[in-house]
Design a protein around this ligand. Structure first.
Ligand code: KE4
Length: 428
């Protein structure tokens, strides 16, 4: 991309009136030292910038586009829905239809509330846990990201880690005091926090597969251990499935690993790319939510008719395609890609992969927790990112994010990816 590209012009203009020129930090490409591209459109597995460059997309809008971009069936339904109005601020049948699809596919969810972002889903689930248990403290894991609500920006992952600013300015000390930080894949660190904060912990919130320090898989028994420890301490277990929900399997990580949390947060795929997320869980827990119970949560655009249309169509397609082996095909492509990258790059990298979710870490150690994840060479990752972008392959512009494969990708894309990695391996 030439430096005097339309993207550069747009970036310069945007920087004057939008902080950092972007509406979400990781899009600024700051950790890969490159002017970010501005997108004009996308279709299936391809994304196009304003300079008419075509890339094969392995970001997929950070997960929502599991069907591929601009799926005709979803777009047609959304276009049709627009003719009936964009927002009412009153209940519609579509909210019940989407809620039913979620309840029927996510094992732990008996009741669900629709919101507008993953951040809002996590923030609300945490408030429900506090309201239900009457306790204040929350245990999260270093490197896990649960959106940008104040209490969660403590040793967070994703953009907060990318900018190596795990904590955030503007978070009052009091908020941080009620957020306890454990180590992912380290049950003892969780037990120690419970022992040091007897009867004060409302919940443990975890990404069942961490994907915001790069993809880090749960050790065998880790999730089961969290279930046991939270039960023993009368605390709730919250699975933040904003990324893994409908990604690892139709029922998400809870179904994949056979562990049933008390609350689940969903985002990304559940809205089909529109601003829609959700939180839900056991009826007894969710019944504390207003107007039924005393935990307040609200939203002008919650359950928006256009966003619910995109979510309904997306979930209906996933449910149907699941019968035709969609998730197996996504897993096969993920495995094919991981094996190919490992073969070409050897011990230059460590690749973690599960289903259609994977990360390439530039480190020679196994990555199974926060410490080993941050041992990666982020400068080397930036070289890899730029070299692959020059090969028209778009990856997450950060070592601490994930790669996503969609149903619109093919084995030819995977073979092409591996061929390109082979061509650049000398500089890695
Ligand atoms: P949103 O508020 O961005 O919809 O969701 C927050 C969130 C919550 N939980 C998990 C596990 C998440 O991964 C996220 C958001 N993911 C990041 C990418 N890792 C969104 C991309 C961005 O921040 O621009």
């Amino acid at each position: 991309m030439s430096l005097d590209s339309r993207s550069k012009t747009l970036f310069d203009k945007s920087k004057r009136i939008i902080p950092g020129g972007v509406n979400s930090p990781v899009r600024a490409f700051y950790s890969v030292n490159r002017t970010p591209f501005f997108i004009s459109h996308a279709k299936r597995n391809k994304i196009y910038d304003v300079d008419d460059n075509e890339y094969t997309d392995y970001v997929c809008s950070w997960g929502p586009m599991i069907l591929g971009h601009a799926d005709d069936r979803v777009v047609d339904a959304v276009k049709k829905a627009c003719d009936d109005g964009l927002s009412f601020g009153a209940p519609t049948a579509k909210e019940e239809i989407l809620a039913s699809l979620i309840v029927d596919t996510v094992p732990a969810i008996e009741k669900v509330r629709l919101v507008s972002s993953g951040t809002e889903a996590c923030m609300s689930a945490i408030r429900v846990a506090r309201g239900y248990t009457g306790k204040d403290k929350i245990i999260k894991f270093r490197g896990c990201y649960h959106g940008h609500s104040d209490g969660m920006l403590v040793k967070a992952g994703s953009g907060a880690l990318t900018g190596s600013v795990p904590d955030s300015l503007g978070v009052p000390k009091g908020y941080a005091d009620d957020t306890l930080v454990a180590e992912y894949n380290n049950l003892r660190s969780v037990e120690e926090l419970f022992n040091e904060n007897k009867d004060q912990v409302a919940a443990v919130i975890v990404e069942p597969v961490a994907a915001n320090m790069g993809v880090v898989l749960p050790d065998k028994g880790f999730l089961e251990g969290l279930r046991e420890i939270t039960k023993k301490n009368n605390a709730l277990l919250i699975f933040d499935e904003v990324i893994t929900g409908f990604r690892l399997s139709l029922g998400g990580a809870g179904e994949y690993y056979g562990v049933k949390p008390d609350l689940v947060t969903l985002g990304k795929i559940v809205g089909g790319g529109m601003p829609l997320a959700a939180y839900g869980g056991a009826k007894e827990v969710m019944d504390v939510v207003a107007p039924l119970g005393g935990v307040y949560q609200a939203g002008t655009l919650s359950g928006n008719p256009i966003a619910t249309t995109a979510g309904i169509e997306t979930l209906k397609i996933l449910i149907e395609e699941n019968k035709n082996g969609l998730y197996q095909r996504l897993e096969d492509m993920g495995k094919h890609l991981a094996v190919g990258i490992r073969f070409v790059l050897g011990n230059k990298v460590h690749v973690n992969q599960i289903g259609s979710l994977l990360s390439v870490f530039f480190t020679d150690v196994d990555v199974n927790d926060y410490e080993t994840a941050i041992s990666s060479d982020t400068d080397k990752y930036a070289v890899y990112f730029n070299a692959m972008l020059d090969k028209m392959i778009y990856l997450a512009p950060s070592q601490f994010e994930a790669m996503f494969i969609s149903a619109a990708h093919s084995d030819n894309d995977i073979d092409d990816f591996i061929k390109n990695v082979e061509e650049i391996k000398e500089i890695l």
